[in-house]
Ligand binder design. Structure first.
Ligand code: PLP
Length: 463
């Protein structure tokens, strides 16, 4: 920390925060007797709080966002230069960084052609939902309007996104929900013993078949879209089992269902490929992305579509209703694509995809070594620098550890100056997975440091 703030300044900041800021996803009662954490500076993999305490950040800004690390001067300069040139114009017009970033992005996404800009992951998902609904009205008299989503997946915070949300603790108390969203079963092999009829072999194909069963139950002529995370994030870091994605693609083609992949977490490098779906050879119709697109240096989200989808919105220009009648005010901010362009260049120039694969493999191995030493770790899984360790009370029964004990591990690490994550208030009774998503610049030393903190925390909490 460079000492830019005096202790007086920081005392005022804490008082203002406690008096007026409503923090995200947190109960505020404890702040009546203790101060909230205020992050005042970041550099590389590290952040400092108001007490000057250094933290190694193993979750890229708490929610898998700051993929290229903190303090990237070239992104800040690019944003500054762009803002001085022109900060904003509504998205009915184009912008220089918007055009250039769309081209660079599409180069990484064979088969996709169009980028619709907006400003959050939830909003990008809403765009895809609206497009699927509009296609249903234009082509199928409104009938093919249902959108399937998966148990344990999360797609955002708005009411429609919660309606497509497979995490009942996130959804609870915010109903009634939007009609027309239908849930399909999860594909977490470690918990297949809780799923009726799950086989001991070829689980991936079976899990995909469950989607087909739901389509047949609902009627294929009523189902317009399927929305899935490529690797489920907050629902427990679920890497899909072998055979799953190929079957999912076949099912979508068979029933003329548009495939929407939510890459809000996995997109732009997190799993070691540009996009998570690219591990599985599938061809989506929609890809939504947000967090890592500009690593949190500016707000930007994109709903990317194939040309086939785009064409459906311009095939009859004589019809005044026949285009996507949607706008996102802040989708016209130029800071987002300006930051995203630099972010992409950094990933390329520093070979951060290569680092993500190498460091992800290393971290997975180290987590497995930790699993050998701690019986509480029932399962370790992940892809690239996107990893989870599921904590259980008994390896035989796989009963989950209570959320409070999992949070005790997170708190112990925090006390040691290492920020890790855990699934929280997400799947009832299953908020038992520790989450790791360090920036794509992580080194072996960083990973050793993170896992040594976890090792100590597990020993203190579980013995
Ligand atoms: C997979 C996924 N989709 C969508 C979202 C929503 O993104 P946002 O918070 O930017 O609206 C999130 C947020 O965590 C997410 O994890």
């Amino acid at each position: 920390m460079d000492g830019t703030y005096s202790q007086n300044d920081l005392t005022r900041v804490v008082e203002a925060d406690k008096a007026h800021v409503w923090h995200h996803l947190i109960q505020h009662k404890p702040f009546e007797s203790k101060d909230p954490n205020i992050i005042i500076e970041g550099k590389g993999m590290r952040v400092w709080n108001q007490a000057g305490k250094e933290h190694l950040d193993a979750v890229s800004g708490g929610v898998w966002t700051v993929n290229v690390g903190y303090g990237r001067e070239r992104i800040a300069r690019a944003v500054y230069d762009q803002l001085m040139r022109v900060n904003y114009f509504a998205g009915s017009a184009g912008s220089v960084p918007g055009a250039l970033f769309s081209q660079r992005l599409i180069e990484k996404m064979p088969g996709m052609t169009r980028v619709y800009y907006c400003n959050s992951g939830s909003e990008a998902n809403e765009k895809a939902f609206k497009m699927i609904r509009q296609i249903a009205h234009k082509r199928y008299g409104g009938k093919k309007h249902k959108i399937l989503y998966r148990d344990r997946d999360y797609h955002g915070t708005t009411i429609a996104c919660l309606s497509a949300g497979g995490q009942d603790e996130r959804n609870a108390q915010y109903g009634p929900y939007t009609p027309g969203f239908v849930r399909v079963p999860h594909c977490l092999e470690y918990r297949k013993h809780e799923q009726d009829g799950a086989p001991s072999e070829h689980y991936g194909e079976w899990a995909a078949d469950q989607i087909e069963q739901i389509i047949l139950r609902e009627g294929p002529d009523t189902v317009g879209g399927l929305c899935l995370e490529p690797v489920t994030a907050g629902g427990g870091v679920i890497v899909p089992p072998e055979g799953y994605w190929q079957k999912v693609q076949e099912i979508c083609r068979k029933y003329d269902i548009l495939l929407h992949i939510d890459e809000v977490v996995c997109g732009v490098g997190r799993t070691g490929t540009w996009f998570g779906y690219q591990h599985y050879g599938v061809q989506p119709d929609f890809v939504t992305m947000a967090k890592g697109v500009a690593s949190g240096y500016a707000a930007i989200a994109c709903c990317v579509t194939s040309e086939r989808v785009f064409e459906m919105f311009k095939d009859d220009a004589s019809d005044p209703m026949n285009y996507f009648r949607d706008i996102s005010t802040f989708g016209g901010c130029t800071a987002g694509p300006a930051a995203a362009l630099e972010n992409l260049s950094i990933i390329e120039e520093e070979d951060l995809l290569g680092n993500t694969v190498a460091m992800g493999d290393y971290m997975l191995d180290q987590l497995r070594a930790l699993q050998d030493r701690h019986a509480v770790i029932g399962d370790v899984r992940g892809k690239g620098l996107f990893l989870g360790a599921e904590l259980v009370t008994d390896r035989q029964t796989r009963d989950p550890q209570p959320e409070a004990r999992v949070q005790a591990v997170v708190a112990d690490c925090m006390g040691q100056g290492v920020i890790i994550g855990a699934t929280n208030r997400s799947v009832p009774g299953k908020n038992n997975t520790l989450c790791f998503s360090p920036a794509l610049i992580a080194t072996k030393d960083d990973i050793d440091h993170i896992l040594s903190a976890v090792d100590g925390a597990l020993t203190r909490v579980f013995g």
